[in-house]
Design a protein around this ligand. Structure first.
Ligand SMILES: [Zn+2]
Length: 552
């Protein structure tokens, strides 16, 4: 039986991602419906499905086209229905082949509902011509605004409930993850100028007195307060996009959509404690942070700089015997470690040597200096040099993700709590309120709480007390996965190597995540509040707030 398509505008804003606590709670009716049907097939790989491990089949033969020679740039995912039922499609503008992009596709910063995004969007008030090859009766279902708040494009819907996204979710996700969005709308000269300034800061910094460093950083901070994206301490645009897409596909499917849970053993979030040991002062003060952890039963990861101070083998061994992990924090921390491809080539062999000696599989770049293309060439299993949002770093920005993701074969583990130095030295906070609130936000949103603290600054009582209250906050919470970064990276690989398949009376996970992975479902909620008209005026700014998504 065909479920009539509700108008998108009535539903999309109200769609909340709801995840069942465990799939046993699902009604047998829903499970039965799943058993008989495959949910989706697609003309092209769909990055959003791949990322969340939503089951689907790729069939290139589905590609939209009229048989002409024009390169295909619109892709299609359709729901698979039983005999006699009509399937509905989600079409989207592909961007992988630049020569196939129509002239109407403009790279820019856009706003749709409660999220900002960057990428190519097929702009215009008229229905894109390609869609007429597919069906008729297309109309605007959702407005897309540009950064000035003017309506520039639309999400289109036809009378049968098919939907066209005028942008490519894969490109949008990559823009965030790689921080490439920071170049959108900037002139090449401004980009080069900014890069030179940051390079100069990194190089000059080791020679600057600490008080001058702080003054410079505060000056940076004042300038960066004015940047409107990403917002701080929470930027949830990317995750609001995910929630919107989850709702959209659940609505198309007319049933809950299964995916591999974000964390193993049904845990609701992950807590990862990491430390960078900056100087000899920090090296001699490990216990300022390790002490409270030991007392409260935590393990953590320690990143050392091999050639800035002497690191004794027995210090490494003792940490490892306590269940802690050791990682590599550059080579000299002098602004040159990741300065250029040439410098990396020169210093990498020594970094690798220390990684082998310390059995380290993780990397954290000094001062989080990072280049997207460079990171996977370092040869570590994971990197943790990106923040989800950090406008206060010398290299400001943020990947906007509070979940792990891949950069080629390397797992990225974003730092998702503000750094101790930012909070207490630069912003002069007196307590850990921002840490606690952000950590609670991440727990509610099934994210990864990844903290970076430095023993070098832990003599500051605000910082020491703040760290204690953060540890206290998660102590004894069985829903939280207390994990080392290497464990998270391994899990994320297992998850990415696994698929959900219908089997017997149930769905199950096949692949390396099957022993500890769980299946969850995303729902299209029934409307709870009237959709708000998008008048093209004020664009709401991202701020810390309570859960915009509901989970059950
Ligand atoms: Zn450092």
């Amino acid at each position: 039986m065909t479920v009539p398509a509700p108008p998108l505008s009535d539903v999309a804003g109200l769609i909340k991602l709801r995840i069942a606590r465990d799939h046993e709670a699902e009604s047998s009716f829903e499970l039965k419906a799943f058993k008989e049907l495959q949910v989706f097939e697609s003309s092209y790989p769909f990055a959003f499905f791949d990322y969340f491990r939503i089951p689907y089949t790729v069939r290139p033969g589905l590609a939209i086209g009229d048989g002409s020679r024009a390169p295909v740039s619109v892709h299609q995912i359709r729901t698979m229905e039983g005999p006699g039922a009509v399937s509905r499609s989600l079409l989207w503008q592909g961007t992988a082949n630049p020569s196939a992009l129509p002239a109407s596709c403009q790279l820019g910063r856009y706003r749709l509902r409660d999220f900002t995004f960057f990428g190519h969007v097929a702009v215009g008030a008229a229905v894109p011509g390609t869609l007429s090859r597919f069906s008729h009766g297309w109309h605007s279902a959702e407005q897309i605004l540009d950064s000035a708040g003017h309506v520039r494009a639309a999400v289109w819907q036809d009378g049968d409930g098919n939907i066209f996204l005028p942008f490519d979710p894969a490109e949008v996700m990559q823009q965030f993850w790689s921080e490439r969005y920071r170049q959108v709308g900037r002139s090449p000269m401004a980009i080069r100028g900014r890069a030179a300034l940051v390079r100069g800061y990194y190089l000059a910094r080791p020679a600057l007195p600490r008080r001058l460093q702080l003054r410079l950083r505060r000056a940076f901070t004042r300038a960066q307060d004015r940047t409107s994206f990403p917002s701080w301490p929470v930027e949830d645009s990317l995750h609001n996009l995910y929630a919107w897409l989850f709702g959209l596909v659940a609505q198309l499917a007319g049933r809950p959509v299964p995916f591999v849970d974000l964390w193993p053993e049904g845990r609701s979030c992950a807590l990862v404690l990491t430390h960078d040991v900056e100087t000899d002062v920090g090296y001699r003060s490990l216990d300022l942070l390790r002490g409270p952890e030991r007392q409260l039963g935590y393990r953590s990861s320690w990143n050392f700089v091999p050639l800035r101070y002497k690191v004794a083998e027995d210090v490494i061994r003792k940490l490892q015997e306590e269940g802690c992990e050791v990682g590599v924090h550059g080579l000299r921390h002098d602004g040159h470690d990741l300065g250029s491809k040439r410098l990396v080539a020169k210093r990498l062999p020594a970094m690798r040597e220390y990684a082998d000696r310390w059995q380290a599989v993780g990397f954290r770049s000094p001062s989080t200096q990072r280049q997207w293309e460079l990171m996977p060439t370092l040869g570590f299993e994971y990197d943790s040099s990106y923040s989800d949002t950090d406008p206060y770093e010398p290299q400001p920005g943020g990947c906007c993700s509070y979940l792990p993701y891949f950069n080629a074969s390397m797992v990225e583990l974003p730092i998702t709590l503000p750094q101790d130095h930012t909070l207490f030295a630069i912003l002069q906070n007196s307590d850990a309120d921002v840490w606690i609130r952000k950590a609670q936000f991440l727990r509610e949103h099934h994210g990864m709480v990844l903290a970076l603290t430095h023993p070098d600054y832990a003599a500051d009582p605000r910082m020491a007390e703040g760290y204690w209250s953060l540890l206290e906050c998660f102590r004894g919470d069985p829903t939280v996965w207390h994990a080392l970064p290497r464990e998270v990276a391994t899990w994320w690989r297992q998850r990415a190597g696994s698929v959900v398949r219908g089997a017997g009376d149930n769905w199950r996970i096949e692949g390396p995540a099957s022993p500890s992975g769980r299946i969850r479902f995303a729902y299209a909620d029934s409307p709870r509040e009237p959709a708000r008209a998008n008048d093209g005026g004020a664009i709401p700014s991202g701020q810390m707030r309570t859960s915009p998504m509901r989970f059950s």
